[in-house]
Design a protein around this ligand. Sequence first.
Ligand code: PEP
Ligand code: MG
Length: 763
Amino acid sequence: MYVERFENISKEDVGIAGGKGANLGELTQTGIPVPPGFVVTAETYNKFMTDTGIFNNIMDILNRIDINNTKELQQSAEKIKKIIIDTHIPEDISALIIEAYNALCQNIGEEDVLVAIRSSATAEDLPEASFAGQQDTFLNIQGPENVIEYVRKCWASLFEARAIFYREENNFEHSKVYIAVVVQEMVEAEKAGVMFTVNPSTGEDVALIEGSWGLGEAVVSGSVTPDTYYVDNKTNEVVNFSIADKKVMFEKSPTGETKQVDVPKKLRNKRVLSEDELVELTEMGKRIQNHYGSPQDTEWAFYENTLYMLQSRPITTLDESAEFGSSESEADSLEDKEIIVKGLGASPGMASGSVKIIRKIDELDKIQEGDIMVTTMTTPDMVPAMKRSSGIITDEGGITCHAAIISRELGISCVVGTGNATEILKENSKVTLDGKKGLVFEGEFKIAEEKQNEQTTVQATAPTITVTEVKVNVSMPEAAKKAFATGADGVGLLRTEHMMLTAGVHPNKFIKDGREDELIKILMENILKVVDVFYPKPVWYRTLDAPTDEFKTLDGGENEPHEHNPMLGWRGIRRELDQSDILKAEFKAIKKLREQGYTNIGIMVPLVQSPDELKKAKEIAEEVGLRPHKDIDFGIMVETPAAALCIEEFIEIGIDFASLGTNDLTQYTLAVDRNNELVAKNYSEEHPAVLKLIARTIKKCVEAGVKSSICGQAGSKPHIVEKLVEIGISSVSANTDAVTDVRHTVARYEQKLLLDVARKSKK
Ligand code: PEP
Ligand code: MG
């Protein structure tokens, strides 16, 4: 089938109609009010490519491309796109599309109906970049000629340089990637937004509805702070709502384009949805959820008092253990449980299972799905086994050690720094751990589901808009999708250490053995996983911060010097300036990715102590052809009191941003080794000295118009974040598990600041 109406498509048809098309078809078949439309199927794309003879021609070009030769890649991509755009669509194909468009117009009873045209990827499990056009949406297209032109544009978008590069890098065959195109009547929404059929943060049976004026793009793109309503699914009662000051909206311009305009004054603070409309929406949400059998994340619009549903997809980020719709639980109470081990709560959540003590790396096989890993300290080799575990307990470490960082990213409960868990806990005994409070209890038991969800759920994209950007930290590239699902505004810290540790070979060994190319390739592959998922949102890549003790285990790591205190030793930018070939390889990898189209990368150098280090790092970037501030944002981490106290001098040399690394800043200010559980009680990011350095850094950045940020653990603590918002920080980068809480805190605090000003001006 080449062109098919929504009525004839179901969710089974992803292969021909793509994810979006199949979804809209399924909703239509279920009787949900979806604006009418049709899908130009993947087969049509195929037919166009083969009938016109351009397929072989394009494959020839693709086979000849050296994707590492950027210029060539870009030229070839342009050439292929031009071939597609310039190739006449054979009459038998265009006739089908035009016929479907005319039938749509006839059905609606209007001439030249305005439509939205969207690419619809046929293999939903492939990442976005393999279909650069997946996100392409062309609104307000009118008339058969234009429809044909934009369908062809969607087809061509399959061959953006970025998409070709990604497919080659990941061994997807170009010839097996197809694209369908959705053509749908535009709904000139008077009000629109999103609805989660259950609370996306807690799994509670309460719908969360966000709405604003005009087309839904304003809410979906985050251009406006929408009204928020919580409606109890059982009673249809509005249990909570807030009316926002809605400043902008999207509407159709007289020439047919979509444009952003100011919301008329009288509507800005007016409530968008009435009680009746909320009930109608909630009922619709329940119907859709019942149909799919799982909570849904939907888009809706009202036009002339009629409700339309525009999209529905599962809330994939809800904790799988959450039984939506049920608020009862067979909760055990914690009071009568015996605590057998205490440590530091490093990754929130409750977990129960059998203890498996890992003393040597070759014992990892004994960890089965759901076991509790107990070990002295985790290493990167343990990550696959950590993923199988339901909880992790370590003897050593503080809340910023390897086990803690990785567990938070994987969403696994973790208690670190117990001192003696490997001695006290018995192999195969059953325990339950509380990763928030740092407690390990005897026996296996359940706690209230609601609480558990609150703690362990990676929360769905609830588009609360904040002026202060809320970003996310990524240490394991394979966790990038999970991080993205938080709705973060970008990556405020992409750590390199894990990429290198999992490569198994010391970066310096690559250089010494004349294998720089291999090192660059490993870096590119890893960074790509993150910048692609987040594209076009910014990702700040932090250059390697390699402590000698951690890098010893690598092949080639036997030459690492022995240091009395590695935390005060040869790491961060000071080490990379001594081993500048590694830094160069990193910059080369970034340069190449930029040239492939990943323009969303920024560079951040760690552990700077003197402005001269920044200067030298920038010179090395220039040497490989990356021009700081011109080609790429270049900033520093403020992790030493020296950097905080001399921030003006760094600003003078030139930085686009400064990000507070409070894990190190705290340890260096207080003389407390962050990895030493014996002094963990002396470690506090809220010590007045640390707070003074933080405040100073932000203030000086604000004065100079430089962006300030935080990516240390303190940025994941809402009560600290409040203070930073007040001082004027530009962004906050939190751990995956904390992004939603932090965003809510930021939103509430920003509102409070506005309210304070408004109240003062009234007096
Ligand atoms: C920090 O020091 O706060 C930081 C974010 O860097 P890392 O934890 O990787 O040292
Ligand atoms: Mg640090």
